[in-house]
Design a protein around this ligand. Structure first.
Ligand code: ADP
Length: 471
């Protein structure tokens, strides 16, 4: 059964409070009862002693006390729950209160018995009797038996006092339970309200409303952390949306410029404004080639940015693949008089388990960049190095270098660095994004070290075991 957090918390805590209150009531009852019993017992002992003293005085004064005086003491004792019988010498009975009572007093005795039975003691209702000798200066006068309904006799005042205590403690317990349940509900609401609001915001984010106002604060660290995380998530998603929007604007712009150029040239030719010359046809061809290259690159980018893409992994010789790439670029490097070196530090064949086609794309992009951004007569060095966990591929050039502020951005789509430096060089700003995506798909890492005017070094780390990941 689904239940709201605030109700669940209130129920749980109220239940715990209820148990606590019952434990407190029960234990305070027990403590009170035992102390109350001690008090009543002590009072009863004092009263018994008092009766013995009163009866003794009658004996000392008169030798044989008269019935009326004893009856008065007997009635007085009865009030305190004590039933006396007095004997002179060894067995001459002077008075026996249980026999000599009027019908009214007999009712009182029955009431005493009932009261005693309803008391909390297990042995309640048992009639107990003790005998006390009456002596003075070693002279024996007689004896008195004092009986009561035990083990402890509670008079009406004692019982009402005890009942009042019990009802008060239950009332206090009930009031405390109600107040604490209200307080728990209040705190549970305070705790659950921000969570409820966060969940609403999360739902809105799920529905694409990223730019929601986050005016939510909590004094609870964990909830504040949650609010911050959701807020960061929303901001990141909004930033991504803006970035995507900007990218599509950029792509459209990148495509529109050459397309407009092709279109106006063809229209000019159709209208007879431009002559159809070989030169114009070559220029049109090159523009269309550029557009198709860009579309091809965008295709690759879209393909590699899908993290669920299927990698056609197999074990292949990386050294051999690098050599093939070098051969393919040989003539272009020669035409710029750039020397291309390949250093295999460990001088061994590097067999790796990866998608050969995609790793080739990475190598081609990095080598072609090194070629594009290195002036004539420079050097480009490719090197590989193997450690126990990964293989490192480095492509280093003595080219124009990359400004420090651009070094982190060049892996972003369509980012081409400072225009004044790269405008003479053909490109779309997509190659390195493709490289980064491919390397990440292989759980690897790509980085750049560069110094403006001195050259750049691109470093690719590929894990040898597919489980190893670079963070
Ligand atoms: P493109 O080369 O088509 O512009 P890339 O994504 O391959 O796109 O590179 C992005 C940017 O990184 C380039 O525009 C350039 O500014 C910079 N860059 C890449 N490689 C090098 C390099 N070897 N030397 C200097 N700058 C480079």
């Amino acid at each position: 059964m689904k239940i709201k957090l605030k109700y669940k918390l209130t129920l749980i805590y109220s239940f715990l409070i209820l148990i606590l209150i019952l434990i407190i009531i029960f234990s305070s009852n027990q403590v009170f009862m035992s102390n109350f019993d001690d008090y009543v017992k002590h009072k009863q002992t004092e009263e018994i002693q008092n009766i013995i003293d009163q009866v003794s005085i009658l004996f000392y004064d008169n030798k044989a006390p008269n019935y009326e005086d004893l009856y008065e003491i007997g009635i007085d004792a009865l009030d305190k729950g004590l039933i006396i019988t007095v004997y002179i010498d060894l067995d001459t009975q002077l008075i026996c209160m249980s026999d000599d009572l009027s019908s009214e007093s007999k009712e009182m005795l029955e009431h005493m018995e009932d009261t005693s039975k309803s008391s909390h003691h297990n042995s309640s209702g048992n009639y107990e009797e003790n005998t006390y000798e009456i002596r003075k200066n070693n002279i024996y006068y007689g004896y008195i038996t004092i009986g009561y309904y035990g083990p402890i006799y509670y008079n009406e005042f004692d019982i009402s006092f005890f009942e009042t205590f019990k009802t008060s403690i239950y009332k206090i317990g009930l009031i405390f339970f109600i107040l604490s349940s209200i307080a728990v509900y209040f705190f549970a609401s305070k705790l659950s309200n921000p969570i409820y609001r966060i969940s609403k915001i999360a739902t809105d984010i799920g529905n694409g409303k990223y730019n929601k106002n986050f005016e939510l604060n909590s004094s609870i660290t964990e909830i504040q952390d949650l609010i911050n995380s959701i807020s960061t998530l929303a901001n990141n998603l909004e930033a991504q949306r803006q970035e995507k929007k900007q990218l599509s604007i950029n792509y459209t712009h990148e495509l529109r410029t050459p397309l407009t150029c092709v279109l106006t040239t063809i229209e000019g030719m159709q209208d007879g404004v431009f002559n159809i010359t070989q030169e114009r046809l070559d220029s049109l061809y090159s523009e269309i080639l550029n557009i198709s290259k860009m579309i091809e690159n965008v295709d690759k980018l879209i393909e590699t940015s899908n993290s669920k893409i299927f990698l056609n992994k197999k074990i292949f010789d990386l050294t051999n693949l690098i050599n093939i790439c070098i051969d393919n670029f040989e003539s272009q490097f020669k035409s710029k008089n750039i020397t291309l070196y390949f250093q295999n530090t460990s001088k061994e064949i590097h067999m790796i388990n990866a998608d050969e086609e995609k790793i080739k794309s990475v190598l081609v992009n990095l080598i072609s960049n090194a070629l594009k951004y290195t002036n004539n007569d420079g050097n480009v060095t490719i090197s590989t190095e193997k450690s126990s966990d990964f293989i490192t591929i480095k492509v280093k050039d003595t080219g124009i270098g990359i400004d420090e502020k651009d070094q982190k951005l060049i892996f972003n789509e369509l980012y081409r660095g400072e225009k004044s430096r790269v405008k003479k060089v053909d490109g779309f700003g997509i190659g390195l994004s493709i490289c980064k995506n491919i390397v990440l798909l292989h759980n690897g890492k790509i980085d750049v070290n560069s110094q403006l005017g001195k050259g750049s070094e691109f470093i690719v780390l590929l894990p040898l075991e597919s489980q190893t990941t670079f963070l």
